[in-house]
Write a protein that binds this ligand. Structure first.
Ligand SMILES: CC(C)(COP(=O)(O)OP(=O)(O)OC[C@H]1O[C@@H](n2cnc3c(N)ncnc32)[C@H](O)[C@@H]1OP(=O)(O)O)[C@@H](O)C(=O)NCCC(=O)NCCS
Length: 165
């Protein structure tokens, strides 16, 4: 894993990012999305996120995108100190400490960008993700019961946040 680089997302990475996002979404276990939006829509979304100064990182194996972590600032001025985090790795790259490298880099970039609070919801059965988030300082703030519903299965969503102040 040492030869995997973590870099800010550039326009050249967007097609690879779209593929990874689509792969993780189609697992139907981890993300609210069940498939990525079409490539051109994802491209516009990513370009606008990059231009807005959000945190958009990719993990690269050679030139290939194998993971991402983004932290998108909230819109309303009274919420603009908050950022929502999303991340994922291709299945073959999980469980080897790469998620930790990605999220640590993203937290550090969010701090530099002046964000104060990072937050997200994680499915209650996603033990590996929850463990990772807790080891870098996120705490559980509450539970949205039965908030995820796919294939007849309801899952609780745990709301987690990290305060950088
Ligand atoms: C969540 C994800 C990004 C984490 O990245 P990762 O590289 O797999 O995680 P890491 O290897 O860096 O760390 C995982 C931690 O969980 C632990 N872990 C692994 N499997 C576990 C399990 N089943 N239960 C509890 N802890 C577990 C590891 O030991 C490690 O903890 P440690 O550093 O104290 O040893 C990655 O697994 C992924 O892409 N999952 C699918 C998409 C997803 O869940 N996205 C997040 C949605 S909120």
């Amino acid at each position: 894993m040492a030869d995997i680089r973590i870099e800010p997302m550039s326009p050249d990475h967007i097609e690879g990012f779209h593929l990874v996002l689509d792969t993780v979404a189609r697992e139907r276990k981890y993300l609210s999305l069940l498939e990525a939006r079409p490539l051109e829509e994802t491209r516009q979304f990513a370009l606008s996120s990059i231009a807005s100064g959000n945190v958009n990182l990719v993990a690269l194996n050679g030139g290939e995108v194998i993971g991402w972590c983004d932290i998108r600032r909230h819109f309303f001025p009274s919420h603009a100190h908050r950022g929502s985090l999303g991340m994922g790795l291709l299945p073959g790259f999980r469980g080897q400490g790469l998620g930790r490298r990605l999220i640590e880099a993203a937290i550090s970039a969010a701090r530099e960008a002046g964000m104060i609070r990072i937050e997200f919801g994680v499915h209650a059965d996603n033990a590996r993700a929850i463990r990772l988030y807790e080891t870098v300082g996120f705490v559980k703030e509450g539970v949205s019961r039965d908030a995820f519903h796919v294939d007849g299965d309801y899952k609780d969503v745990i709301n987690m946040a990290l305060i950088l102040r």
